[in-house]
Design a protein around this ligand. Structure first.
Ligand code: FE2
Length: 444
């Protein structure tokens, strides 16, 4: 009994769209109102500021039309006369600053007056910890406590363990990872170290849930990409890399570093013209040249000396290099194991997912392309390890056997990429198989 046909299966992974979009910066500010007026301004709840700059302004009666520009508006109580753009939180190189350049009444931060208009300091750094901020001087009715803290990915990637089934948990984690990745790739303020830390934190959340890894792999194999396919592609390749390197028995710390680097491999795309990147017709040679630049840009964006960054910078620069020198940007053929493995996973993910220019290939078709002995872009060792772990028929593929029965792949046998274990769903005549027998094709 052999598989003769692979059937495309679409899964709905849109369940996470209602999740809040959360920032991936390493610092956040939590603002709590200490007075009744301040609490009313915050809507009675603590406010977590993820995006910077964030303004707190007094609403001027003469300037109501532009109030929409404000992040937080306070009611203007006469006789207070404070400029509308009163205080701005800013983030720079991972640090948080409170800025008061224009107000006529100044600001009190930790009992120190600031306010450039009063010839004082225009801005003050808020170190991690608690700060007391009075908007409009010592007699202000608007008193806040601002807590600056480092945000851990686990804070925003936490999933609801009360959900009884694993699949909704995996789907929630997958959706959050994609949203988090979207911010990580698009946030231009982050330093290389911050990017590395954020990516490593995300990977540690994934590896802390080995019970969800197979389900995450199924979600990553869904050929339909969401609105930001670059973020989804990066998360998918990362999940595949965790599966691969785990199977290859890499030490956990090495695997985490490699997977964190994988999350960042396409970060150079942030500087590529979106119109070229999202073009839905064939790219011209000139446009392809523009796309190729993402490798060198990514290498530069991640250049720093710490562990994760140096792996990530090399991978961002080299993941399109091939051992037959057909790759870019340098056309080199001496490549690390990490570069060769992530290179093939990157290709596999791209081929098996829809792109603006073409629909997805089925996994067996992609395997045939990548594992072919005449594919000189990848060495035999890389191809063999990849095929053994991922198989021609990945878990969750729906397949038709030569008996006419239809089933779903539920397990892959190492070293037997053409003979997975299949759960029989329907008999040859289409009637449901009530027993849902398991057939290990490697034993036939
Ligand atoms: Fe790339």
């Amino acid at each position: 009994m052999h598989i003769i046909k692979n059937i495309r299966l679409h899964q709905n992974v849109d369940g996470g769209q209602n999740l809040l979009l959360e920032g991936c910066g390493s610092t956040v500010v939590e603002l709590v109102g200490l007075t009744r007026f301040a609490r009313v301004a915050l809507g009675s709840k603590p406010l977590t500021i993820l995006y910077f700059p964030f303004r707190i302004g007094r609403l001027s009666r003469t300037d109501l039309s532009s109030s929409a520009k404000q992040d937080l508006l306070l009611p203007d109580n006469q006789p207070y006369s404070i400029s509308r753009n009163h205080v701005v939180f800013e983030r720079e190189n991972g640090k948080v600053f409170l800025v008061d350049l224009d107000s006529s009444c100044g600001t009190i931060v930790d009992n120190i007056a600031i306010g450039q208009k009063d010839r004082g300091e225009g801005r003050v750094e808020l170190s991690c910890g608690q700060h007391t901020i009075a908007i409009g001087g010592a007699d202000s009715p608007f008193l806040f406590q601002a807590t600056v803290r480092t945000m851990k990915p686990a804070d925003s990637l936490a999933i609801d363990n009360d959900i009884p089934d694993k699949f909704p948990q995996a789907r929630m984690l997958y959706a959050k990872l994609c949203q988090y990745e979207q911010n990580l790739l698009n946030n231009r303020e982050l330093s290389p170290q911050e990017r590395g830390m954020a990516a490593e934190g995300m990977v540690r959340v994934i590896v802390s849930r080995p019970d969800l890894l197979e389900l995450l792999q199924r979600l990553a194999s869904n050929p339909v990409s969401g609105s930001d396919y670059l973020a989804q592609h990066s998360v998918n390749v990362t999940i595949f890399s965790i599966v691969l390197f785990k199977n290859l028995e890499y030490p956990q710390d090495d695997m985490v570093k490699i997977a964190a680097a994988t999350l960042l491999h396409d970060i150079g795309m942030q500087d590529i013209d979106r119109a070229v990147f999202l073009k839905n017709t064939t790219l011209t040679a000139e446009e392809y040249g523009v796309i190729k630049r993402h490798t060198e840009i990514g290498g530069e964006l991640l250049r720093c000396s710490d562990d994760v960054c140096s792996v990530a910078a090399a991978l961002a620069r080299d993941h399109h290099e091939r051992i037959d020198k057909s790759g870019y940007p340098r056309g080199i053929n001496i490549l690390s194991d990490v570069t060769r493995f992530v290179g093939i996973l990157d290709c596999y993910e791209a081929i098996t997912h829809d792109r603006p220019q073409r629909p997805a290939f089925l996994p067996p078709e992609a395997m045939r392309i990548l594992a072919a002995s005449n594919n000189t872009a990848f060495d035999p060792g890389t191809r063999k390890a990849f095929v053994n772990v991922f198989s021609f028929y990945p878990v969750s593929s729906v397949v038709k056997l030569d008996t006419g029965e239809i089933g779903q792949v539920v397990g892959v046998t190492q070293g037997q990429p053409l003979a997975p274990t299949v759960r029989i769903l329907t008999a040859a005549d289409g009637t449901p198989d009530v027993e849902q027998r398991l057939v290990d094709l490697s034993r036939l």
